[in-house]
Design a protein around this ligand. Structure first.
Ligand SMILES: NC(=O)c1ccc[n+]([C@@H]2O[C@H](COP(=O)([O-])OP(=O)(O)OC[C@H]3O[C@@H](n4cnc5c(N)ncnc54)[C@H](O)[C@@H]3O)[C@@H](O)[C@H]2O)c1
Length: 305
């Protein structure tokens, strides 16, 4: 069973996609009375017509998460136009600290998949509050940044999305690190097809695009939900998929004691391996800037930990 803690925009959309794809039974939990139940009813009625036989339930009671193999955490506040992810820090830390304890209590064997922003800091809060082994705590951010980088590059070069293979790591925030040096267009290095100015423009667009969406439609929903579904599938089907995602580091990439985005192997056990990568000086500096921001975020909520 896949649990969704938070049945707001991203949680409900991801739950809809997980159920529609028949990945597993779904349970939504939200503190807002009626919301999770209503979403569950709506999704159930959809899949009844399309002929998918999974069970979908909703509740305000955290114990409904019992038996979850994965719990997707989207509980919390979302950004409004003009806000950075870090602006949500204090409020969401309190919410996430509380719900993480519920995950540990009711779904002690689950993989916790953190989505709430600022995601890397919240992923650390989940790690500390669930007391789960580090492999069973992972955060969604890199796959979303990657989908935005791919979308930008394919538009700039007028090539199909599927021709672009790339990687975005680091903080899921202002210091995200798109990696043009590790990007290829059907095997042709990106650096052969774009000059430095164009690459800088692609990086900047990728960084900015989420706030553009928020200012136009109020929230980012479809692309984040897709990232969640991709990760849920990797875990539920033990796909051992290589995905950039937030994990607790103990020296990898020169970083220790925080969660940040790195390429990792995602399977039934959660984070099964973190893959190494050679970063040049400029890339490493950006990665470490992100790590510093996350560390400062964690320090500012230390009283909650
Ligand atoms: N990691 C990413 O890439 C990414 C992408 C998009 C959004 N987000 C983040 O995900 C979070 C959710 O976004 P959204 O647009 O779905 O927001 P939303 O406001 O639509 O939904 C959040 C839900 O959480 C619920 N909630 C609040 N406190 C709760 C608690 N204690 N227990 C259970 N439920 C609780 C609310 O009732 C609400 O339904 C935000 O923090 C947003 O910034 C992250």
């Amino acid at each position: 069973m896949i649990g969704f803690l938070g049945a707001g925009r991203v949680g409900a959309q991801a739950a809809l996609e997980v159920a529609s794809a028949g990945i597993d039974d779904v349970t939504l939990v939200d503190i807002l009375p009626g919301l999770a139940e209503g979403e569950a009813m709506d999704i159930s009625q959809k899949i009844a017509e399309t002929g998918v036989d999974v069970e979908v339930n909703g509740s305000t009671d955290f114990s409904a998460l019992r038996g979850s193999d994965v719990v997707v955490i989207t509980a919390g506040l979302a950004r409004k136009p003009g806000m950075t992810r870090m602006d949500l820090l204090e409020k969401n830390a309190g919410i996430v600290a509380a719900v993480a304890k519920e995950v540990a209590k009711h779904a002690p064997m689950a993989v916790a998949l953190t989505v709430t922003n600022p995601m890397d800091v919240m992923n650390y809060v989940v790690f500390r509050k669930t007391l789960f082994p580090k492999g069973r705590v992972v955060g969604m951010g890199g796959i979303l940044d990657l989908s935005r980088f791919k979308s930008t590059i394919s538009a700039m070069l007028d090539v199909s999305h599927s021709s672009v293979t790339s990687l975005v790591i680091g903080e899921h925030g202002e210091n995200m690190l798109p990696l043009p040096r590790h990007t290829s267009i059907g095997g042709v290095p990106l650096t052969k097809l774009m000059d430095e100015t164009q690459i800088a423009q692609a990086n900047e667009t990728t960084r900015r695009v989420a706030i553009d969406v928020i200012s136009k439609k109020g929230a980012t929903v479809d692309a984040p939900a897709n990232g969640v579904v991709r990760m849920v599938k990797a875990i539920a089907w033990d796909r051992k998929e290589v995905i950039p995602a937030s994990a607790f580091l103990e020296g990898e990439y020169g970083v220790e004691g925080i969660c940040i985005g790195v390429p990792l192997v995602l399977g039934a056990k959660g984070v099964e391996r973190i893959l190494p990568l050679d970063l040049d000086d400029k890339e490493m500096a950006q990665f470490l800037r992100g790590a510093k921001t996350i560390r400062e975020g964690i320090a500012s909520i230390s009283s909650l930990l």
